[in-house]
Design a protein around this ligand. Sequence first.
Ligand SMILES: Cc1ncc(COP(=O)(O)O)c(C=O)c1O
Length: 371
Amino acid sequence: MRIPEFEVETWMTNHETHCLYNLTETCVSSLSLHDLQQLTQENITKNIMEMTLDYGPITGSHRLKNAILSLYESGDDDNLTITSGAINGNELVMMTILEPGDHVISLYPTYQQMYDFPKSLGCDVSLIYLDEKKGWLPSLEDFKKAITSHTKMICLNSPNNPTGTTIPFSLMKEIIELAKAHDCYILCDEIYRGVNTKTRQLSPSFSDHYEKAIITQSLSKVFSFAGLRLGWIKGPKHIIDLINYRRDYHIISSGPFNDYIGSLVLENKDKILERSLSICQQTKEELKKWIEQEPHISCVIPEEGTVCFLKYDMAIPSKELCERLQNETGIFFVPGSTFGIENHLRFGFTHVDDVKKGLPLFSKWLRQFDK
Ligand SMILES: Cc1ncc(COP(=O)(O)O)c(C=O)c1O
């Protein structure tokens, strides 16, 4: 099975550890076990030290699944399985359902896994190109044009990485009607769901509105615990059963430690999401003020998610810009070209101090491009 390099992940690996100002991070400032202990008032240290590290509940404990279900309107334990992050969730869904020759629809730009992974399985992938002038949102017409009688799955990421845009509920319902008419699955990676700075509420999940929708999510982004590598898949029971057969070949379980800490994180989700909202709100305000006075940059700023996609007007390739900027100032961005889109940089709403110090420094650096 041949697969192209996962460009954004390679860039992150090679650049994230030696920056001074991380303006591109997708995970809201990560938390420690000490932070969690303070938040929960639970004696985590004692509980961990006494824990027997067997495989634990194979597809996730009832406690963990119960905590996950509090994020949704529907479902029970049978509709969930636990994964090693959303990245493993996405691959398990696709490997379970898709076969060579199946037709798949995906967005562009989006997380590369959503189109290059099904391609590597031998699927025929049609891309819907998102237009910045339309707020990076697809239309129902785009889906109607792309869908065929062979379409097996529509792969979405909402809120989207790198644009941050969320599929509005009205469009979600229309896409679902179209999928129903063609009897196809919808896979939506909802890893950025949970920090809507406008409504301050959870947005609708595809999994609550369509019997053939499968969603993935994890503790990495809005819950600030990427290091746990804990994610989940929610979907119809018969699909979750099939995924579990395959899952045994990939991860067996995610272990009692992750299961316990993950349960605690989600049982305290209100406090954690409140913190994440506050961080994203502050950085969003900083970015808005900064863009108003920065002639080279524009952006469609999303209401939800932890990222957005900055557009710049200088004639310099995004990889070159990022390399030079990081070498000269310590400011770290992911170049748009890693998502296939030039003249853009992915911005993260996730680190308040870095944003407050990094944006003015970035402005100074940009002055060399003034005419
Ligand atoms: C859209 C999307 N899905 C999945 C992942 C991987 O997340 P996880 O840490 O849950 O595996 C990322 C990470 O950047 C992402 O942006």
